[in-house]
Design a protein around this ligand. Structure first.
Ligand code: ZN
Length: 401
């Protein structure tokens, strides 16, 4: 079935960000089959978008698909009150379905889930892929491979703890058995766990190398949670494809040069430092809040240094509520990115993080993942946070509205 989107302002984020007015995009079987001029009135059957800006579907490269809604004010069921019956676990599936719909409607057609409880991300992915519920394309890591560490107590089923290179290999194989699209590991501790120091490497270089070798040999990419410099250095040395957070990198410019040379992508997740330092400060242990304030300063410096070094940046929101990932665009703009460069992190940059060069661009032969916006998001990123400005979203050619 063929659909023509008539009179769109096409934003090319692949090459510099030039906009071309009065374009027509044809979709066939979920794929962009033609791009051409749209002069004159819309032909019969075409959808006239009246000059709206057409962007590639946005990508969030660091998302947690969760039925738990603690960090998602305004979304999900109100907290249970004393005296009310406990809620069944199955309620979580409705919350996941609602998240998927919100993410998609917000213009994010792909998310890379970087860790969920009880394999919830895999369940939502399956439901979306089977057409049971609307939602974004989801890439999952299965469970996060971590050394035995305090975070394992807090994050439970989100983690697969392992120690020693051979057990790391087994942990990776288990995630592949689970259907993981890529592997994530904890190169350092987490800033959200009081008992963990995010500064030192939490695994040995030998363990990280085993994880990356096992994943790469099987054709899977690897994401490394990396906060302190020592663990970040080893993760890069071991060959991780993306560095998540990576806030300490400004302290070692040579490492940033290595990332730029190898095409290692940085996912700076500025929002998460902001949230821990400010938005959700009252929910966290005070030492973590103080630490997050310092980390935010570091993360901002790293964004500047990484850009100067030519490192590819990918948007990762790492916060809630679902459907608000565009907030990270504003954070990146505050860190000095132009709106076009910020949009590039959510399209071509995030596509590079995922190893999916077919995504994040509008090209003949590529998936028809598209967002039509009323106005010019390349002048005003805030439009992407206003649902009323998003005219429609297409995921593999299927329109949401
Ligand atoms: Zn995260």
């Amino acid at each position: 079935m063929s659909e023509v989107l008539w009179n769109v302002r096409l934003l090319d984020l692949d090459r510099g960000g030039a906009a071309t007015e009065r374009q027509a995009v044809t979709i066939d079987d979920g794929v962009v089959s033609a791009i051409g001029g749209a002069d004159g009135p819309a032909p019969a059957g075409a959808r006239d978008l009246g000059g709206a800006t057409l962007l590639p579907g946005l990508i969030d490269a660091h998302c947690h698909v969760l039925s738990e809604t603690d960090r998602s004010p305004g979304f999900g069921p109100r907290p249970l009150l004393h005296g009310e019956l406990p809620r069944p676990a199955a309620l979580g599936h409705y919350i996941l379905a609602a998240s998927g719909a919100l993410i998609l409607r917000s213009g994010f057609t792909t998310v890379r889930d970087v860790g969920s409880f009880d394999d919830e991300a895999s369940a939502l992915k399956l439901a979306v892929d089977l057409g049971v519920v609307p939602g974004p394309r989801i890439l999952t890591c299965g469970r996060i491979v971590s050394a035995t560490a305090p975070g394992g107590v807090i994050f439970g089923t989100m983690y697969r703890e392992a120690d020693g290179p051979w057990e790391m290999r087994k942990a990776v194989r288990e995630q592949l058995r689970r259907g993981a699209d890529y592997i994530k590991f904890m190169a350092t501790g987490a800033r959200s766990v009081v008992a963990e120091d995010p500064e030192p490497a939490q695994m040995t270089l030998e363990e990280m190398t085993a994880i990356v070798d096992e994943a790469h040999r099987m054709g899977k990419r690897v994401a490394a949670h990396a906060e302190g410099l020592a663990g970040t250095r080893w993760a890069i040395e071991a060959g991780a494809d993306t560095i998540e957070h990576g806030l300490a990198l400004h302290r070692d410019p040579a490492l940033l040069d290595t990332m730029a040379e190898r095409g290692t992508v940085l996912v700076p997740t500025l929002t998460t430092f902001h949230d821990l330092a400010e938005r959700f400060a009252s929910d966290f242990a005070p030492p973590l809040v103080e630490q997050a304030k310092r980390q935010l300063e570091d993360a901002l410096k790293t964004v500047v240094a990484a850009r100067a070094a030519g490192v590819t940046l990918a948007l990762g929101y790492d916060s809630g509520p679902p459907g608000a990932s565009a907030n990270e665009l504003l954070r990146l703009a505050e860190a000095g990115l132009s709106p076009i460069d910020a949009l590039r992190t959510a399209t071509v940059g995030a596509a590079a993080a995922l190893g999916r060069d077919d995504l994040g661009r509008i090209a003949v032969g590529g998936p028809a993942d598209l967002v039509a916006v009323d106005g010019r998001p390349d002048d005003d990123l805030g439009l992407l946070l206003r649902q009323a400005s998003i005219i429609d979203v297409w995921r593999s050619g299927a329109a949401v509205n």
